[in-house]
Design a protein around this ligand. Structure first.
Ligand SMILES: [Zn+2]
Length: 451
């Protein structure tokens, strides 16, 4: 079977054929480093990571770039509130983000690009757009993209164009806006008092870039004018990605991205998790509840990336227990690593090649562990192989040593059993159980396991 992905551009599952067969070029919209991301934001990065892992598993080389938005309306506002320079303010949240992606077992992209390092490149694109007649300067010296002049405007979000464009009178200067607000958008924002110390002096005048141009510039600078895959959350489709297409294709005349891939929302009480709704959780909330964040990754993999998931603590607790059980079964397979089971591997690939069907791929983990026709060492090799995609950390699991106090209790119990003192032996069993261990009697003694 061929690798197939759902492309937002065509609204169809398509065979994946990279522009250059040697290397897949992939860009992911990363975080705006103005606050701690919430776990809904992390779905986008876990999705991009899973996609990359599947590509690597399928034998592709992948050049992956993720940006850090360290300049936009929100960042400026929050840095001013805290009385910090933009650099100092964003550095703090960048470090926190790096810690989070580590605990979520997200592979580092080839490069994290900071928007503030690419202002020159943004200026160059804006100049090209002006030359091509697609951008204009307004009376306050800000520069806007003229959406009526770009014939493909709306092709990604499938806006009903002519009608929308008719309504699209006026301009919008804010970085984020809704579909009802479709208007010419800001490429370059002339300095005003609200920006304070945040500005660049460039050929376009004193000011700062709009948010959308940042990703066009970083993607083109690092991956070239045309790339294979661009990822982000569905929220990014309009206006952010629609605007990225307009800017990039307006400047180069070439198709910017071949496959646009978007993950769905995480909901809370059937409402989108968002800072503005005050219904969000962070990774710290998960850790404070005694749950390893990797359980969140596991929980997300149980759903297809294109379906909305409703976050409830009970579900996350459930995934924590299920993952713990998988870990335990894996440890019990012993030390020896055999061969990957090809039948299971074939199914695994088939599921993932079908637009990343992680729920079905995950079910194979349970199936193989329970399969009596596969040897423990081959099971172990297969689980480790699958985990290259899941990233659940099986390779780091070590057989846990049974503490001495538990062994002592087990010995005392064995003694009591020999003396037919069953009351005492039952009491000791309870004690062992309460300490988190199971004890099983076998022909030649006993076996202790972590519960
Ligand atoms: Zn972006």
């Amino acid at each position: 079977m061929a690798l197939k992905f759902y492309n937002t551009l065509t609204r169809e599952k398509e065979n994946f054929l990279p522009i250059n067969s040697k290397e897949v070029r992939m860009y992911s919209c990363g975080p705006t480093v103005y606050d701690y991301p919430h776990i809904g934001n992390y779905r986008a990065y876990i999705f991009a990571d899973t996609l990359k892992r599947v590509l690597l598993y399928e034998g592709f080389k992948v050049k992956h770039i993720m940006n850090l938005t360290d300049i936009d309306d929100k960042t400026i506002l929050n840095s001013q509130k805290e009385g910090k320079t933009l650099k100092k303010f964003t550095e703090f949240y960048t470090k926190e983000f790096f810690k989070d992606i580590k605990v979520l077992n997200i592979l580092n992209p080839k490069k994290f690009t900071k928007a503030t390092d690419y202002v020159d490149e943004m200026v160059d694109i804006i100049k090209k757009l002006m030359k091509n007649g697609l951008a204009y300067k307004s009376t306050d010296n800000s520069i806007y993209f003229d959406i009526k002049k770009f014939k493909n405007y709306g092709k990604l979000s499938h806006l009903v164009l002519e009608q929308q464009k008719e309504n699209a009178s006026g301009r919008i200067k804010t970085d984020e806006y809704e579909k009802d607000n479709i208007q010419d958008f800001a490429l370059w924002k002339a300095w005003d008092e609200k920006d304070g110390e945040v500005f660049w002096k460039t050929k376009l005048g004193k000011g700062r870039p709009g948010w959308h141009i940042e990703c066009s510039a970083m993607s083109m600078a690092n991956l070239g004018e045309q790339i294979d895959i661009h990822t982000g959350g569905v929220d990014n489709i309009f206006p952010h990605h629609e605007n990225e297409i307009a800017q990039s294709e307006g400047a180069t005349g070439k198709q910017f991205v071949k496959y646009w891939m978007h993950n769905e929302w995480v909901l809370v009480d059937q409402k989108k998790m968002a800072k503005s709704y005050h219904n969000f959780y962070t990774l710290k909330d998960i850790i404070d509840r005694g749950i390893d964040p990797i359980s969140y990754r596991f929980w997300l993999l149980m759903a297809n990336y294109r379906t909305r998931v409703n976050f409830v603590w009970e579900a996350l607790e459930g995934s924590k227990i299920a993952l713990k059980r998988l870990y335990k079964l894996y440890i019990e397979l012993g030390e020896k690593v055999g061969k990957v089971d090809v039948n299971y591997q074939q199914k695994f690939k088939e599921y993932l090649e079908d637009d990343l069907d992680t729920p079905r791929a995950l079910s194979l983990l349970w199936d193989i562990i329970k399969d009596e026709n596969v040897s423990p060492s081959d099971k172990k090799a297969t689980v480790l192989d699958f985990d290259k995609v899941f990233g659940l950390g099986f390779e780091n699991l070590k057989k846990e040593k049974i503490p001495k106090e538990i062994i002592k209790l087990a010995e005392e119990r064995e003694e009591a059993r020999k003396n037919k003192n069953f009351k005492k032996s039952d009491e000791l069993r309870d004690k062992i159980n309460n300490l988190g261990y199971d004890i099983k009697d076998e022909e030649n003694g006993y076996k202790i396991n972590l519960k």
